[in-house]
Ligand binder design. Structure first.
Ligand code: ZN
Ligand code: ZN
Length: 396
């Protein structure tokens, strides 16, 4: 095989064997498979290492002195030195490499990306050293099966992407053979007897073929939603078509995120759950362990899919029928706005004008307290009715 440094005519060549940690030869790497459409950065990195017959840890050690780069979530944000090293070795522009990370969805899918800490809709890996504890890497078995070169898509790391719009099936987040989280970066890691490249579609725990994993058909509502979301996932479009018209994607997703949290559990969400059930929503059973400090991004794929489908069912009633439904089930602004700091203006306006129940002053943490206070301000007629009937608050 040709090695960088073998060509004496190459002014950038480095003598063979002289590659040391962080001192990558400035010449292009011998084999440079280009990134595939919408590929996740780590997926491409593992393919690059495999193509050059180097274990991925060694590869990272040589190119950027980062042998433990995978202890972090490099798909959230590509460290600048690593992006520069890969750009130098492959010829792919740094900007394009940084766009392979999830941070590029800031403004399109989530309002703001937090480099440290959690960001809404990004599935956390829960990685400790090279061990991955959470099922955060999702995949569509059919997409992988149909790929000429199987690879993982960037948008499969988002909690709102629960299925594949192309194949109409739910994604999977675990090996179908041993239920291990997907950790393709562990290919041949620590196996001193195996040097041939391992395909990304091989489970690193049991060796099973991920493409033979069975995935369930997706409900039409979810398929339609993911189809509408696709331009934002693929090209960063900042608006999407919904039943309520063309709206900013990030705002529609924020509302669906809030509905999903309310539908998951908690006293504040109980009336909204009743409303959703009346529409025919099949709400998931959230276990006691999941209820404590429920975070949508930590929920299993099946739970997320059921919550998102129910949230979409409510969304199909927005705006007029939604207000009527909420008033009938006594879902007031307190629940619909509490702990919703980034509520879109159009959503906030509508909830305040139609579902405002004076006396319901959402406490700083509305989900933990139902203490009501009277304010004596204007009152919606239906709200007033409900108030008097139940005598839950005192109007000054
Ligand atoms: Zn697919
Ligand atoms: Zn497995």
């Amino acid at each position: 095989m040709y090695h960088a440094g073998d060509d004496p005519a190459d002014p950038h060549s480095t003598p063979r064997g002289s590659a040391v940690a962080g001192r990558m030869p400035t010449a292009r790497w011998p084999i440079r498979p280009p990134p595939l459409p919408h590929e996740l950065f780590s997926s491409w990195l593992v393919r690059l290492a495999s193509a050059n017959s180097i274990k991925v840890g060694t590869f990272l050690h040589v190119i950027a002195d980062r042998p433990r780069a995978f202890a972090q979530d490099i798909d959230r944000y590509v460290p600048p030195d690593l992006a520069a090293a890969v750009a130098a070795g492959t010829g792919v522009p740094v900007r394009e490499i940084r766009d392979m990370a999830l941070a590029r969805y800031a403004g399109a899918i989530f309002p703001q990306f937090f480099r440290h800490g959690s960001t809404s809709w990004i599935l956390p890996l829960g990685r400790y050293h090279a061990t991955q504890r959470r099922a955060a890497v999702q995949f569509c078995p059919e997409c992988l099966r149909n790929d000429a070169t199987p690879y993982f898509r960037r948008y499969w790391r988002l909690a709102c992407v629960v299925g594949c719009a192309q194949h109409g099936r739910l994604l999977r987040d675990m090996c179908g053979h041993c239920s291990a989280p997907i950790a393709f970066h562990r290919t041949t890691l620590g196996d001193r007897h195996r040097f041939e490249s391992q395909p990304l579609t091989e489970c690193t725990r049991c060796g099973g073929d991920l493409t033979t994993t069975i995935s369930e058909p997706m409900l039409p509502r979810l398929t339609e939603f993911l189809g509408a979301l696709h331009p934002s996932l693929l090209h960063g479009a900042d608006v999407m078509d919904t039943c309520a018209g063309r709206l900013p994607t990030v705002e529609v997703l924020a509302v669906l995120h809030h509905f999903s949290r309310l539908l998951a559990h908690g006293r504040w969400g109980a009336p909204l759950r009743n409303a959703a059930r009346e529409l025919g929503a099949r709400l998931p059973v959230v276990t006691t362990g999941e209820r404590r400090g429920f975070v949508l991004e930590y929920a299993p794929l099946a739970v997320r899919a059921a919550l998102l489908d129910s949230a979409l069912l409510l969304w199909t009633r927005w705006p007029t029928s939604f207000s009527v439904l909420c008033a009938e089930h006594r879902v007031w602004h307190s629940a619909l706005l509490a702990d919703f700091r980034r509520a879109p203006p159009w959503y906030r306006r509508r909830i305040r004008s139609e579902l405002y129940l004076p006396g319901f002053v959402p406490p700083p943490s509305g989900f933990r307290s139902d203490r009501l206070q009277a304010t004596g301000t204007r009152q919606h007629p239906k709200a007033l009715q409900a108030t008097r009937r139940h005598q839950r608050i005192k109007v000054r």
